[in-house]
Design a protein around this ligand. Sequence first.
Ligand code: NAG
Length: 119
Amino acid sequence: MLSAKSLFIAISTVVLTVSKANAFTGRATWDSLGTTPCPVQCTPLTDFRVALPVDLFPNGEHCCEKVQVTYQGTSLDVTFTDLFLAGQGSFNISLSNQAFAELAPLELDQISPVTWNFV
Ligand SMILES: *[C@@H]1O[C@H](CO)[C@@H](O)[C@H](O)[C@H]1NC(C)=O
């Protein structure tokens, strides 16, 4: 079993590696299931939002920053407004329906592979 200390070190390492230089690959959904708002409210309010895996940002680090999401050659910038609880342990993301619709028809429900990184 992991001690609290080694768990802390493991999480810190993950957080440190989340930088603008890294791009992550996962699946995007838009149902907003298993998401919770960031600890801070991001202004201005926008319809183009993304929820990122909570274990990468356990204290809401990087909340409200812009994230570029790319699928099949189409990119768009969204704001990191929510934490994706259900995405823990992955690089999967949950987009607002408006953002998802820019990348693919909503009927698809999920798209993969999607790459994302901080702008
Ligand atoms: C991430 O998405 C993949 C499909 O691309 C899925 O198999 C996997 O279960 C997802 N992981 C989580 C934590 O939701």
